[in-house]
Structure formats: structure tokens, C-alpha cells
Design a protein around this ligand. Sequence first.
Ligand code: CMC
Length: 436
Amino acid sequence: MKLADNKATLSFSNGKPSIELPVYSGNIGPDVIDIRKLYSQTGMFTYDPGFLSTAATQSAITYIDGDQGELLYRGYPIEQLAVNCDFLETCYLLLKGDLPNATEKKDFTELVTRHTMVNEQMQFFMRGFRRDAHPMAILTGLVGGMSAFYHDSTDINNPEHREISAIRLIAKLPTLVAMAYKYGIGQPYMYPQNDLSYAGNFLRMMFATPCEEYKVNPVIEKALDRIFILHADHEQNASTSTVRLCGSSGTNPFAAIAAGVACLWGPAHGGANEAALNMLYDIQKQGGVAKIGEFIKQVKDKNSNVKLMGFGHRVYKNYDPRAKLMQQTCNEVLTELGLEKDPLFALAKELEKIALEDEYFVSRKLYPNVDFYSGIVQRAIGIPVNLFTGIFALARTVGWIAQLNEMIGDPEYKIGRPRQLFTGAPRRDVPHISKR
Ligand code: CMC
């Protein structure tokens, strides 16, 4: 970051002297006002719940222009990456800063592939869960539990430990997600088969059984790979900020990523794809397209607490570019599977059309986000609804790691420690129990 030509001046109406604050510019995007010395100079904090106006870090990984609906990984537009690269190339890009050449791609793919198997003890750990446990509960436990299995890569300050834990997490997440699924349905776990692609291997671990041959469908494989690319990183969102905050204490990478998994679970974040599909099911049950008007009315009613899931975004005030690619993928998958007339897809498209014309959504700049169509694609592939967020976690793991490693390597990195505006009781004495 570089100092901008101008400075910000903060003045007070109570006669306190004004202060000047430095302004920094990034390469693109808004400038930032540096408030690090604000407290020492004024005795005041800034107040910004939800980080609406706060850049908590500098970062060179992912850039979003929310007004234009643009998403860049290391400068490359998501539309180009989704068409020209596979997920492991995207992982390399996010982790290392640039796309691999052919040799680097081959070496990286081999490295990840060699680590796909998990410690055999993991399946006994899994047995402690109820069969109907939510896969995100299982994943939070298993990912955190990895720190108990890989003691040689838990020092976050050691670059070699960070490197090997990154590879292990990227390689093993598909295995763990598939295990969580198989456990829930009572089928035997399928070991990874390393001559398959990353997405192909995952499909096999999910849907094959030891009883018969499994052939990966290339259209589904490509669609899944694209889902992974679209979810790989998204700058300082809630789960990424959670990973950074958690990792800032020096905890091990597996624990920090487990914190990200837990945060992603929420319906306002990664859980939205599950919530969006459940919402479509509900509308369909109540009468389908004919009931959209009534549903939109509820969404617009402030007292109803009903949201149009898969719509709206803190940063995008335009169409989420990932949603466009996801809609295209949705078309491809449904055509391949002979589900072009899928009533949920038809319902989603109609809902989108009506919402995009409605003044409530237009004035608030609410557009479909990545989760609006991803549930329909995943459901068509055969992924159960409660595993959608697990797929998101699998794909986002690389982004979390890239961001965590960037933070640790940043000379300005400090333990994250927000402050507060205290509104509770001032000091008081504890009364005797008879007087309470
Ligand atoms: N349906 C109806 N109204 C909405 C929606 C929605 N999905 N999203 C925002 N609004 C309204 C909101 O009520 C508010 O209205 P008003 O100004 O009258 O009070 C206005 O739009 C601004 O919303 P906000 O809640 O201040 O926006 P936010 O930036 O705090 O929230 C969000 C962003 C994504 C949490 C929210 O849009 C939402 O809950 N969407 C549904 C859940 C969802 O699809 N989440 C996935 C996000 S993308 C995947 C990911 O990155 O995890």
C-alpha cells in the first residue's frame, strides 16, 4: 500500500484539536484512512459493527468490485478462470500468486493427489457422531481434529508447516466431506483413487460403492470443478475474517480452518445455498410459480423475517458474477441429466425474474448471489441438501489458507483484538444475597 497525496482531517465540535490521518491507496478500489493512532491521539475508538466501512487488512489475493459485479483472483477475472483453468490451477494461483506453467501444474497436482488419504483413525473418530449429525458439525470436528493427527505441521509460524498443512487440507477435505456423507447414509467409505481428477475423485468417493464400477461423468465432473473454482475465495468475508482472527492468536492452521468451517455454516453465509433450496421446496409445496407473488409479499414485509435466500450481498450491488456462471452450469448439468424441465429450476428463474423487476429489490440493489443456483446444480448431481455447505467449505479451504498465510507473512500482522463501546453497568458493589 502506498501513501495517497491527500490526508484526512478529523475535527470535533467540542473544541478538541483536530487531527490529521494518513490515507493509503491500494492498486484498485477505495482508499483507506489509517486510524491506527486514533486512540493514542484522541482517546477514542471508531465504531463500525459488521465492518461496514473497515478494512481489517491489506491483501493481494482477491478483489471484488461490488458495483460492477467483478471478481478477480490475483487479478484474473473469475469468468476467465472458470472457463480456462481447473480447480487445482486456481488453488495454485491463490496460494502462490500466479498461475502454474505446465510443469508446475503437474507437480502441484501430484503433490495434492499424494495427500488425499486420511489417517485411518479418522473413521473411528467419525463413529462418535450420531448418524443423523449435520455434515457441517462433523466437518467442524474433523477439520479441527486434523491437528491431532498431523503434529508435524501445526506450527503456524513455520513456513514449511504452513506449506504442508495447506496441501493436506486441500487434499483431504474432499475425502472428509465424502466420509461425512457415507457415514450418514450407512455406506462404506470409498478410499480416494488418485488417477482421477480432484473433482472426479470426489464424485467417486461420494457416489461409488465397493460393489460395482463407477464411471465419472465428465459433464458433472466439470460442473463440480467449476463450483469449486467459484467458491475458492471471496476476500474478507465472515468465514475468512474468522480464520484470520482465529489464526492471529498463533493457533495451528487446522484449528483456524475449523473456525472458518463453523462460521461458514450460518445461513447468512455458506448455509445460504441450503436455505435457498429449502425455500424453493417450500414455495413449490405451496403451489409453485403461482405462489411467488405471495412469497415476495412476505419477503417485503419487515415483520415477517422472511428473506429471499440466495439474493443480496454485502459487497455486490450488482449481479454476482458467480451467479451468472452458476446459472450457465445449472443449464449444462440439467441438460446432461435430462432434467431441462426441472420444476425447481423453472421456479428459481421465475422468482429471479420477478424479483429483478420489483421496486423493493431494485432500490436496494439486491441481485442473485452464487447460492441462488448452486443448490439446484448440486441437487441434480445427487448431493443431499445438508451437504451443500460442506461442498462450499471444501472449495473455500484454499482461500482460507491463502488468506491465513498472507496474514502470517505480513510484517504488520498483530493479534486481532477489536474494541467496544461499553453500554453496561458501571462499577457497583456486590450486595449480600439477602439483598438481591
Ligand atoms: N431478501 C429480502 N430483503 C433483503 C435481502 C434478502 N435476501 N437481503 C437484503 N435485504 C434487505 C434488508 O432487509 C435491508 O432492507 P432495509 O434497508 O429496508 O432495512 C436491505 O436489503 C439491506 O440489507 P442488509 O441486511 O443491510 O445487507 P447486509 O449487507 O447486511 O446483508 C446478506 C447481506 C447477504 C447477509 C443479506 O443480503 C442476506 O441475508 N441475504 C440472504 C442470504 C444469502 O443469500 N446469503 C449468501 C451471501 S453470498 C454467499 C456468501 O458469500 O456466503
